[in-house]
Design a protein around this ligand. Structure first.
Ligand code: CAA
Length: 380
């Protein structure tokens, strides 16, 4: 059985997210971009509407939405502003490891509070020396009685400055490489946890990206997710869930650029006619529309597999690579259609182009997605 129509509930969620993007996000996006401002008031409103807790099962106080619904919402929010969306939806990335690998007690203690109170959690995988090579983590967690002593520095952490809880990947046995990695829930309140340098980024400037430092942090052994050595798989399984949502955000960014470029091409008169009358512009717009649709379908397929409880590693990477690369292409072509004006900050498309670049880098670069895809198609 196959169908492409959305249910009434899905359409309602999509409409709600679109209205939020149009009324709350878009009006503030340029100012947040210019000033690198983290718009807490927008996040608070999103929380009040349930936009930050949709992915959490009802049993733990969330809306219990599936991955398909999460992607429908994410596309609309990404259409509004991907910087704001990256921070708005980051709790999904940080809390999914607990939902996937946590015990009942851990879910109650470390997930439920995020449905009751507006706060942030961060996913701490990346380090200065371990980006694409996630198995090369140098942060250590040494067992000492009923605590682990956590030491290390994480970088490029979304919402790192504002999070009240971190999901941290650290090595409990460096001799074992990726098999020695373990995942921990680390409350910010523990002594020795401190956010560090905040990054000044090219794009997605409304999202917070910062270092997080861990110095002799005494993490209760009860905060270990799964068993020692499970960390790498927990991180990879989490990324299988997160990558379709990044892809959906990329579709939203591309759609925004396409709409602006199409509208401008009808208004801009050169050689006595709107530039939209030229076939050169038709071909650009047609490619944009076709690729946006293809990216959306790949995204929803990955999300649908996850909702069926099936592995989606290959499809999640298909979606992330295709959609992120497409967003870069479409936003670049949109700037081209706007010509000289497109390059100026007075017009909105240059922001979209800067924002799109990050989509090809975080949550696994476009090259890493191809590595994952190659492994999946060649070895399974
Ligand atoms: N699900 C379950 N298990 C998985 C898996 C998956 N999706 N992917 C891999 N594994 C398992 C493998 O089966 C293998 O198991 P065994 O050891 O039992 O054989 C093990 O994990 C190791 O797998 P690989 O040999 O494939 O590992 P690798 O070292 O070659 O690396 C990689 C794989 C795909 C390159 C991985 O390191 C990777 O995804 N890197 C990119 C990291 C990334 O995306 N970082 C983004 C950080 S988050 C972020 O950006 C958000 C933010 O806040 C900004």
């Amino acid at each position: 059985m196959i169908g492409f129509d959305l249910s009434e509930e899905q359409t309602a969620l999509q409409d709600m997210a679109h209205k939020f993007a149009a009324n709350e996000i878009r009006p503030k996006a340029a100012e947040c971009d210019k000033e690198g401002k983290f718009p807490k008031e927008i996040f608070q409103k999103a929380f009040d509407l349930g936009l930050m807790t949709g992915f959490i099962p009802e049993a733990y106080g969330g809306l219990g939405l599936g991955a398909v619904e999460a992607c429908l919402i994410e596309e609309e929010l990404g259409w509004g502003c991907s910087g704001i969306t990256t921070s708005l939806t980051c709790n999904g990335l940080a809390l999914t490891p607990i939902l996937l690998a946590g015990t009942e007690e851990q879910k109650k203690e470390f997930v439920v509070p995020f449905t009751r109170e507006f706060m942030f959690a961060s996913f701490c995988l990346t380090e200065p020396g371990a980006g694409s090579d996630a198995g090369g983590i140098a942060t250590t967690a040494k067992k000492d009685g009923d605590v682990y002593l956590l030491n290390g520095r994480k970088c490029f952490i979304t919402n790192g400055s504002y999070a009240s809880q971190y999901t941290v990947f650290a090595s409990t046995d460096r001799s074992k490489g990726h098999k020695g990695l373990s995942a921990f829930i680390v409350p910010r309140s523990l002594p020795g946890v401190s956010p560090g340098k905040k990054e000044d980024k090219m794009g997605q400037r409304a999202s917070d990206t910062a270092d997080v430092l861990f110095e002799d942090v005494r993490v209760p052994a009860a905060n270990l997710l799964g068993k020692e050595g499970d960390g790498f798989k927990i991180a990879m399984m989490t990324l299988d869930y997160a990558r379709p949502t990044v892809a959906a955000m990329a579709v939203g960014v591309a759609r925004a650029a396409f709409e602006l470029a199409m509208q401008y091409s009808k208004e801009r008169v050169q050689f006595g006619m709107p530039i939209a009358m030229n076939q050169a512009i038709h071909f650009l717009l047609a490619d944009m529309a076709m690729d946006i649709e293809a990216a959306r379908l790949l995204t929803l397929k990955g999300a649908w597999l996850l909702d069926q409880g099936r592995r989606s590693t290959k499809e999640s990477s298909f979606a992330k690579a295709f959609a992120a690369d497409l967003a870069m292409r479409v936003t670049t072509d949109a700037v081209q259609i706007f010509g000289g004006y497109g390059y100026m900050k007075d017009y909105p498309v240059e922001k979209l182009m800067r924002d799109a670049k990050l989509l090809q880098i975080y949550e696994g670069t476009s090259q890493i997605q191809r590595l994952v895809i190659a492994k999946e198609v060649m070895m399974r």
